[in-house]
Design a protein around this ligand. Sequence first.
Ligand code: FE2
Length: 375
Amino acid sequence: MIDTLPKIYDTAKDFMPLNGTDYLELYVSNSKQAAHYYKSAFGFQSLAYAGLETGMKDRESYVVVQDKIRIVLTSPLRSGTAIGKHIDKHGDGIKVVALWVNDATYAYETAMEKGATSYMEPQIEEDEHGQVVKSGIYTYGETVHVFIERKDYKGVFLPGFKKWETKYFNPSPVGLKYVDHMVGNVALGRMDYWVNFYEKVMGFVNILSFDDNDISTEYTALMSKVVSNGNGRIKFPINEPAEGLKRSQVDEYLDFYEGEGIQHIAVATGNIIETVKQLSSRGVEFLRVPNTYYDTVLDRVGEIDEELVALKEFGILVDRDEEGYLLQIFTKPVEPRPTMFFEIIQRKGAHSFGKGNFKALFEAIEREQELRGTL
Ligand code: FE2
């Protein structure tokens, strides 16, 4: 199926061509156990490993893969490291959103020229399988974008990694295909700053905006703007808290993450009912909206292909825009702090983000906040 993007994407300046998300790297307190969790609960497969056995002295990384999604789970091997400090401050969370480019030196130089802060100057990494060029810039909080130029690299992941094979434990995939979008939470008054950053530094365009009237409940509110590159493969909604009667989920995140960072990763599936059924049976916990949501949902979204009873069984949400509809569901946070979580999304023509579900969803989050005493 050829997917035609809305016209607004054509207005992206796109001077920094991005082919897609290359990988996400999480700094976690126990990479070995985290890798096991992403395999057993989310259906990722073993891909690569780096650690003492591969000459890596200060850290251990496991890389897991599912279709186009690669997640790197990294822990320090000793005290007093930058990785350890990151984990102490933020808890487990996303450090690197790596972007696949054709020229990592050009991407870096262009970004720096336009005002980015350097994380890593262009450097060549190589092993017997070839060369990769990496460079990196900071985005919000301590989060970074690493540009990955793969040239004709033939290795399993990146130089320094060896193939990670697990003979007896390879849970089946659950149908996750690619990263659809990644949402950042930034401090009060900082959303426009970061929208401007992506426009200016990376040539993105602001494709959608939601104000606190769009995203509010009786108690809390937030604002959000979505930036995208021209081919629509990299979409970053950016949230900031808004004034409400009680503390919003963005405030709670900023408090527990101790700063700005990535709130959720939305991953696409071609069959959300099957994917969520699998994830649920493997212990992934999802936010639930009240069953009454399903009494009126079809009045709002019209006819859909899926059986309502299956959507209701798993708590899957539906929304429609001018182009089609989408199905989505959100996990509970996947670490002790109420910070990062996943969204599972299936798009059936719609390019939007589920505005019609915001209210029901945020009320569900408020009920969780209430239980945590953080509302
Ligand atoms: Fe999302």
